[in-house]
Each structure stands twice: as C-alpha cells, then as structure tokens.
Design a protein around this ligand. Structure first.
Ligand code: ADP
Ligand code: GLC
Length: 490
C-alpha cells in the first residue's frame, strides 16, 4: 500500500547510529526509513544526549517549549537537523540539565539508573506531545504519533484528552523494562491526578510509564506475533498480562525486519571477505580465519575445522547468559568447540565470562564492551550463533545470523520462535530447517540443541543446505512497514 504523504511523528529514546543500546536503536533507524521509502512524511524526535549532540552537523532552532519538570518549569529548545543516515529531518529536544551527560542514555557510569529518569522522560514526553499538536506552529501536523517503550509511554497519555489530536501507536519492544517510578515522582512532576488509578498509570504503589502507553495509546503493538500472545500470560506479562489481555482488541504483533543495507554479507564494510547464499565459501571461511587470527595468533587447520560458536548481546538474565556459562565447560570437555562472546551488561556475567576466558585462553574468547564492527565480524565468522533467551520480544541477532549463514541455537520463545525453523528430521528432509530450537527452558535442553548443531556441522552437505535456507529467508522491513501503514490508517 502506498500511503501518500501521511505525516508520522516517531518518538524514541534511541536510534542507530546516533544512540543505541540494543535492538530498539536498530528499529528506530530502519522502520522510519522503510516507511519513508513507502512515501510517508516522517519526523523522528530524540532527546539531546551529549553523545548524540556531538554527532550533529548543522542544526536549526525550531523553537522553545517550556514544560513542567520536577522542580518547576523546565526550558527546552527543539532543534532540527539532517543526518546522512536519515532521509528525513530529525528533531532533538535540547535540555542540557536533563540530557547533556556522558555515556549511556539511561544509566550512570556505575550501572544504576540516572536518579532523575522520571523527570528526564516525563519532560521528553511532554515536549513530544506538544510537537504532536504542532505547538511550535511549524505547519507540520502528524496524523499518527508512534512511540516506543517506557521512555515514551507518557506521550499517549498526555495526548489522550486533547480535542484535535493525532492517533497514537505505542510499541512494546520489551515488557521487562516498565519505567517504574514513585508516587513522590508522580506528584513532583504534577502528572494529572486522574491518571492515578489502577485503570490508569498506577502500578504496585507507584506508577509505570510503560503502562501509560498501554492504557492510553489507540493501538499497542509488539515486535513479534508470538510475543504478543505470550505477554497476555502471567509467565511473560510482568504483572501487566491482565491489562494486556483486556486490551487484546488493540494489541498487534508485527515482526521486526532487519536492515539489509547494513546487514548484508555480500556488501558489509566491516567484513574482511564477502559471500552470499549462492556462494558461501570461501568468503565465510575467510571471515572465520580473520576472527580466529584476532584471538588465536597461531590458529592452524585444526582450529579452522573445529566448530566456532558465537554470541553477541546484552549480558542480562533475559538472554540466558547463565545457561551459556553452564554449557560452555561441558562443551569444552566433550568437543573441540571454541567460543567467541561479545557483550556488556550485569557485572556478575561480565566477570564470570572473563574468568572462563582466562581459564581456557585458547578456546574461549571474550570481549566485554560494545563493538559494532566486531558484532558483524562475529555474525560472519562463527559457525553457530547462540541465543538462548528466556524471552525475546523479537530479537535481531538471530535474523542477522541466519542471513550470515550462521545457524542459530535458540529457545522457542517470542520472535525466536517466529523466525527460526528447527532442524528436525522432517524440516531437514524438506529443506526448510534454518537452525536449532529447544523448547524446555534450561541448560540440559540448550546443550542437547547445541549437540545437534555440532553433529550436523560435521555433515558438510546438510550443513550447507541449512546455511543456505537461512540466508534465503527474507526479513525485509518492507513487509513490516506495510503492516504498520495498515494499522496507522485503520
Ligand atoms: P536486544 O534489543 O534485546 O538487545 P536484539 O537482538 O533485538 O536484542 O538487538 C541487539 C542489537 O544490539 C543487535 O544489533 C546487536 O548486534 C547489538 N548488540 C548487542 N550487544 C552488543 C555489543 N556488545 N556490541 C555490539 N553490538 C551489540
Ligand atoms: C528489545 C527486545 C528485542 C527486540 C528489540 C527491537 O530490545 O529485547 O527482542 O528485537 O527490542 O524491537
């Protein structure tokens, strides 16, 4: 469907390459881009973090908006800029007191939340809601405001009782992050007292910005069909399953795509060699060699033949890192497998992984940190990708690994269940298998799935078919963008 020039205001707390802590950042680049490609007129508004401001070229001040903060009025400036990675104007809410800080957008250097996050994202939401009503009289009035995750949950709430307002869509990228704050914050921020009910934003004695998005948005989406069903159950609902179940009429699961401009093994500028489904070798092997060379200077033929398993991700409980930590020593003892892991997150996981690497310096290679280029090199250079997430709203890494000819081992949940076809006998026979799926949570089933992967890896013809089936999957954003456009116009 072509949508003419439907005006859509995207409101988000991250967008690659300006600011990214995970898949949210990726989506906030590629989804608006895909919609722009289908004729939509897009603006994307982001907070003016220090690292983001640093990357901006020429900016124009669109205007000034004063809104209620925690201590009184907070003055903000709205900047407009163009950036080579975005085909539409970006708007930035500049408020040095709240956003001009080094490092992570949500966390201090020590890993704790910024203590004023309630104010930071309430002010951001107030400004975004004003922009959605063209408060600066720019002559640009969106038909739809599309907000993402708890940081923007209040936008729909601020808009809900405005007379002539755009439609609001709220996307849940991860229900585990609820944006929970105290009653004191609620009062200090002078949020409307009628929101303070169990049917409003109140949540276990405090309030939840995520809940505000669910309650007040006209439509709620999440990033895969399976996760849309899972979050309506107590096991995945983080206390919001009852609410979500009651709002099922406006809840939609739309699978993310991947950005094939950035994630394409035949053009990826981060890779030492290129390859495609039609000709996987020798390109993929060169990537493995380069990756091994980085960690194991004398890597010989034996290391090249041995399976190399990889993981890239946030080191948090969601991602099943404890299962990985338990599985690796078993696999080291019973096979010749090696491991490359890149991630950052909870200090306990970082420390345990680093310790494992010190214990097995020629078998386990661990990089703690955030490294975009290395993430691409791991996707291309390893043989098997590990993603045993306990829950996964969508997950992009498994789709990247499919596209890079690196069959993933995944737990059957959320977007992982929707994108990976298990290599059981039937799927192998008909050529539809793309990876290894286990459906009982825990180390034992995870290990069994990895063992199946290692077995098949020893059968080159079957392995090649598996790789090629994954590489030929289309996870094009165009399909998802069409779903969003249907939703916007419904
Ligand atoms: P989530 O959003 O839950 O973190 P996704 O799989 O949707 O999971 O997306 C993760 C994104 O973040 C991917 O683009 C992945 O490559 C990237 N990523 C995660 N950790 C790192 C890291 N340490 N270095 C580089 N990229 C990372
Ligand atoms: C979240 C989820 C992840 C999803 C990403 C983008 O961070 O954890 O599963 O892919 O958002 O929607």
């Amino acid at each position: 469907m072509k949508c003419g020039a439907m005006k859509i205001l995207f409101v988000a707390s991250e967008a690659y390459p300006l600011v990214k802590t995970g898949g949210l950042g990726d989506v906030l680049n590629s989804l608006p881009h895909a919609l722009h490609g289908r004729g939509a007129d897009i603006r994307l508004v982001l907070p003016g973090y220090r690292d983001l401001l640093r990357q901006l070229g020429e900016v124009r001040i669109l205007g000034w908006l004063d809104v209620r903060g925690a201590e009184g009025t907070v003055g903000t400036r709205v900047l407009e800029t163009r950036h080579p990675d975005f085909d539409f104007p970006l708007w930035v809410v500049d408020c040095p007191a709240l956003y001009d800080r080094p490092g992570n957008p949500y966390l201090q250097a020590g890993g704790q939340d910024w203590p004023d996050n309630a104010e930071r994202f309430a002010v951001f939401a107030r400004v975004a809601a004003l922009l959605a009503q063209d408060a600066l009289e720019l002559g640009w009035q969106p038909a739809v405001v599309h907000t993402h995750d708890w940081q923007t949950g209040l936008v729909s709430a601020f808009l809900a009782d405005q007379p002539a307002r755009p439609k609001t869509v709220f996307t849940i990228h991860n229900l585990a992050y609820g944006g929970h704050f105290s009653h004191t914050d609620f009062v200090r921020l002078q949020l409307p007292s009628h929101w303070w009910t169990p049917e409003g934003v109140e949540f276990h004695g405090g309030f939840s910005m995520l809940k505000a998005g669910i309650v007040y948005a006209d439509a709620v989406t999440t990033v895969s069909p399976t996760y849309a069903a899972e979050i309506c159950t107590p096991a995945f609902g983080h206390g919001l399953d009852g609410l979500l179940l009651s709002r099922q009429h406006k809840l939609h699961g739309i699978l993310n795509g991947i950005d094939t401009r950035l994630w394409n093994p035949s053009t990826d500028a981060n890779l030492p060699a290129h390859y495609s489904a039609g000709r996987v070798q020798p390109g993929k092997r060169r990537n493995k060699q380069a990756l091994l060379d980085r960690f194991l200077p004398q890597a010989g033929e034996a290391a090249m033949r041995a399976p190399l398993l990889g993981l890239v991700g946030r080191l948090v409980e969601q991602k099943g890192i404890d299962w990985v930590l338990a599985a690796i020593p078993v696999l080291l003892a019973e096979s010749d497998a090696r491991f490359v892991l890149l991630g950052s997150g909870q200090p306990v996981y970082e420390q345990k992984l680093a310790r494992l690497a010190r214990q097995f310096p020629d078998r386990v290679f661990v990089v703690i940190g955030y490294d975009e280029a290395l993430a691409h090199q791991i996707e291309a250079g390893v043989d098997v990708f590990l993603m045993p997430s306990r829950f996964e709203p969508c997950g992009l890494n498994q789709m990247y690994s499919l596209r890079y000819g690196t069959p993933p081992v995944v737990f059957k949940t959320g977007g992982l269940a929707d994108t990976v076809v298990d290599a059981d006998a039937e799927a192998l026979a008909e050529g539809s298998a793309t990876g290894f799926v286990f459906d009982v949570p825990g180390v034992a089933a995870f290990l069994e799935a990895i063992r199946r992967a290692l077995d098949l890896y020893r059968q080159p013809a079957a392995w090649r078919r598996l790789q090629q089936a994954g590489m030929r999957q289309s996870f094009d954003w165009a399909d998802s963008a069409a779903h969003y456009l249907d939703l916007y116009s419904s």
